[in-house]
Every structure is written in C-alpha cells, then in structure tokens.
Write a protein that binds this ligand. Structure first.
Ligand code: GLY
Length: 377
C-alpha cells in the first residue's frame, strides 16, 4: 500500500492508496473510531456502486455504520443541501467523538467536509474519494465549501480530513468522460512544476485512461504527493504557492460560467481548455515557447479533452463571430471569480512546461483580445 503523508503539524494525516482498499477499509478506519460511530455520507449513485463494499468491510470487523444517502449532482452542494445534511447529522445525534466519512466525488467531499467543519464547531471527517478528480485534487488539502447564488465555493472553510482512503478500482464504474475530466487535474501537476511527469502523461496517459492499474496508481500517487507538498507549504493559500493549483481555473471559470456550470462542460474539461488557453496566452505574450504551448494542447486533445474555446463549446458559431461570447464577455465572467484580489485578477501563466507562476500584472484588455482571436481558432 502507498502511504503519502500530509505534514501539517497537529492536523497531519495520511493518504492511503491501494486497489481494493474499500473492501479492506475497516482496518484503516478502526484506529479512528475513538469510541464513537462512523456516519457515512454518500450520494445515490455512489451508494449503488461502492457503499456496499465499505459497509461489508466495516460489518466484518463488527463496526456499525450509519449511512446518509443524498441526491446526486452539484445541486446538493448548496445551502438547502447543507441544511438537510446538518439536520440528518443532528437527528442521528452525531458527536465530536464520531467520525463522518465522505464517500463520493467532489460534491460529497466538499459538502461533507464543510458540514463537519461547522457541526458542533468541528467534527472529524475522513475522505473516501471515488472519482479521479476527487482522488487527485479535492479530497486532499482541506478545502471545503458549498455553492451559493453568487457563485461556486464562495462559502466554506479550511477543515483537514483525518485520513484519505483512495481505492483506484472505484474508477471502474465511472463514465469514461468523467475519468477524462479528472485526468485534466493529473496533467496539471506536470504543467505546474513537474515537467518529467508531464512527459510520463504523454507516454502513459492513454494507459491510465483505459484503466491500466499500474498507470492509474502511479498518476494518483504522483498527484497527491505533489498536492501534499504544496499544501504543507501554504495550507490556506496565503503565500501564492497553493494558488499554483489553480492553473487553468481562471480561463476555465469563464468557460464554465458561459456554459451555465452544466453537463455541457464538466469542471475538469473546463480546466483542460483553461490550461491550454493559459499556455497559448503565455506564448502569445512571449513568456513561453509556442512549442510548449502546442505540446500541452496536443496532449490534452489526445486525451479526448477540450483544448480550445470551440472544443469547450463557446467558440464563435458564425463566420462573423456574432453568436459566441466575445473576449470581453469571457473576461467579465472571470471578474466574478473568487480569486479576485484588491480589484486585480491574478493569473497562472507559464514560462514553459513545469514552470507555472502567479502573475498579478496581467492586462485584462490583452486577455480579451487574445480570447477574441481564439474564438476563431
Ligand atoms: N483545488 C485547489 C486547491 O485545493 O487548492
């Protein structure tokens, strides 16, 4: 089994990665029982495929578990969803000695983590992520949140889990599109500061996407090691180091807003297109080579991910560009992003593959002009 420590002083924890871990979860959960109960929160889709595995493991070890099954989908990560979950947790009489298990993707992890952060001023929770995106990104690092009318993830807290259990075989029941979307976040770590890992993605990404166990485990391990290192340096995104994890997210945010945060464009797909745009914008500004930007674009496309406005479904429909959102409209979406700082919008740009940096001096007019040109690419 692979053990990746997240070093955060008294809030340190381990990430465990192994095929079949869900079926052996009890032995790793038992030390966290502390005389309390385990309450597992999941959604109806994950309950149908993975919950029985977790329950069987706990039952075999004589550990009782209370399941709470929520409706699937982003709508659950809302004030109403939070309120309903809090009521259920309170009805069950959950106490601080209990542990809340978040079994599912990013929606479940973010919502349950936030509920745990505020229930009785802070309860322990354990992440058991079941999508590639949540395994390589959102389950690690303690960001928890819900969406509100004003935007996504605007209400939340930093609340670190006590343990993260990753069973890559949980990906076997996912739609190929969802695995591809999560793969964008894997590629991200190579682009941030691990050029050799981007080379590995070019060589082995296809194997990972086709379910090769060794490739999948290597990608997850490398990703969480990279994320754990960044989180240990800048837990609450104060120094700019953790902000590197937002590569592709500002451009991607505009694409998600333009497509109504819907199934038209999944978050990971928006991040993929956003990373390609960030690299091409960097190349257009003379910051990085056109070859590196082309390599990033080619790999994302080869993985079946969108790498342009048109592929993300927001390019110009007509020859005159009358139908798509123009550069100014896309920049206006960016200005609603929570990453705004004192009236400026920091961008993650690149000097090359593996050389991402935070730039707080980007001229938004140049971004709009770049996006206008990209509409016809
Ligand atoms: N997903 C970005 C972060 O955890 O900081």
């Amino acid at each position: 089994m692979i053990v990746v420590p997240v070093s955060l002083g008294t809030r340190s924890y381990d990430i465990l990665i192994e095929d079949g871990l869900l079926d052996r979860a009890a032995e790793h959960l038992a030390p966290h029982a502390r005389g309390g109960r385990f309450v597992v929160v999941t959604d109806a889709h994950v309950a149908a495929t993975q919950l029985k595995r977790l329950e069987a493991s706990l039952a075999a070890a004589g550990i009782a578990v209370c399941p709470i099954i929520l409706p699937p989908g982003e709508g659950t990560k809302s004030w109403d969803g939070l309120s309903a979950l809090m009521d259920q947790l309170l009805e069950l009489g959950v106490e601080r000695k209990d542990a809340i298990l978040a079994l599912g993707g990013g929606v479940i992890g973010d919502l349950v983590g936030f509920a745990a952060a505020i229930l009785k001023r802070g309860c322990r929770f354990i992440q058991i992520p079941t999508t590639l995106l949540s395994q390589v990104d959102s389950s690690v690092g303690g960001k928890t949140a819900i969406n509100t009318a004003a935007g996504k993830n605007l209400v939340g807290a930093f609340h670190q889990p006590a343990l993260v259990l990753i069973d890559p075989t949980s990906l076997d029941t996912l739609a190929a599109r969802e695995v591809r979307a999560g793969y964008a976040e894997v590629v991200k770590y190579g682009l941030i500061d691990r050029p050799e890992f981007f080379g590995w993605c070019e060589a082995s990404g296809a194997a990972l996407l086709s379910g090769d166990s060794a490739a999948r485990t290597h990608a997850i391990e490398t990703s969480v090691r990279a994320k754990a290192a960044i989180v240990a340096e800048d837990e609450e995104e104060k120094t700019g180091r953790r902000a590197l994890l937002n590569l592709g997210h500002t451009f991607g945010h505009a694409l998600e807003a333009e497509t109504g945060y819907s199934d038209r464009l999944l978050h990971g797909e928006a991040v993929a297109a956003g990373m390609a745009l960030a690299f091409r914008f960097s190349a257009a500004q003379g910051l990085c080579s056109a070859d590196d930007a082309a390599r990033v674009t080619a790999h994302l496309r080869a993985a079946g991910l969108p790498a342009s406005l048109a592929e993300a479904g927001v390019g110009a429909d007509g020859a005159d560009g009358a139908d798509g959102a123009d550069g100014a409209a896309l920049v206006a979406h960016m200005l609603h992003d929570k990453k705004m700082e004192g009236g400026t919008l920091p961008f993650l740009l690149a000097r090359g593959i593996g050389q991402t940096y935070l730039d707080k001096t980007v001229d938004l007019k140049a971004v709009a002009a770049f996006l206008d040109a990209e509409r016809f690419a």
